[in-house]
Write a protein that binds this ligand. Structure first.
Ligand SMILES: [Zn+2]
Length: 235
């Protein structure tokens, strides 16, 4: 099964046109907005997926897989049999912790143009020692909630405990096995599979499409503790 069978394609006629209309321009800080959705979290919102991916992919891949990809490795890994780089079409959300960010930066002092702009912005906008940055493209609230879940899970230990407790119960449901196997086999997740399952359940949509199961009762439970925590930590 190909990635396009399980994820929503974000590369639409409009985003392609916008991207190619401005492709000769370097990425600048006008290409994204910065906001502080919850304590300790800085959100960078781009208009187009390719701009977001250019800024975040090396950092994200380093964080997820502890691998230092250069562009050639990246293309090797993500180009499909039609020559399309699906990464630029589907991955519209990223999240990185302060530790992930700092350790990537230490190991990769040679930044691309897009990365330089992002790193400057991160340094300027993160005020606390412990932080999480999230990058999104477009206005899909489900996508934003998914990434916000990750930052709350990292930043708020009370919340993390509540999520882990709920996950413990969810593991008894057969849907857990199905979701874990889809994440590992089709979306290449190696670590933090449980955290990812909780993120999908919390955001609550596209479950049927991505996983072929739709455990809405569980999704509601995860959403309830998420909404309560957001309320508490909203800036
Ligand atoms: Zn995620």
């Amino acid at each position: 099964m190909k990635i396009k069978d399980v994820l929503v394609e974000r590369w639409t006629a409009t985003t392609v046109k916008k991207y190619f209309d401005s492709k000769n321009n370097a990425i600048t800080k006008q290409d994204f907005t910065v906001s502080y959705p919850v304590d300790g979290c800085v959100m960078f919102r781009f208009e187009s997926v390719p701009d977001l991916a250019r800024s975040f992919f090396r950092m994200a891949e380093y964080y997820e897989a502890q691998s230092n990809l250069d562009l050639a490795d990246f293309l090797d890994q993500f180009v499909d049999d039609k020559g399309e780089v699906n990464y630029f079409k589907f991955w519209d959300g990223f999240n990185i912790t302060d530790q992930g960010f700092k350790s990537w930066l230490k190991k990769n002092p040679k930044l691309t143009q897009a990365e330089k702009v992002l790193v400057d912005a991160v340094n300027k906008h993160t005020k606390t020692k412990r932080f999480c940055i999230i990058g999104v493209a477009g206005n899909d609230p489900v996508n934003v909630n998914h990434e916000l879940f990750h930052s709350l899970y990292y930043l708020q230990s009370d919340y993390r405990e509540q999520v882990d407790q709920l996950l413990k119960e969810f593991k008894k449901d057969s849907a857990y096995k199905t979701m874990a196997s889809v994440l590992k086999s089709k979306l290449d997740y190696v670590k933090n599979v449980d955290e990812e399952i909780a993120a999908y359940l919390t955001a609550g949509s596209q479950l049927k499409m991505v996983f072929g199961v739709d455990p809405q009762d569980w999704s509601k439970k995860f959403a309830a503790i998420f909404n309560a925590t957001i309320k508490e930590h909203k800036k």
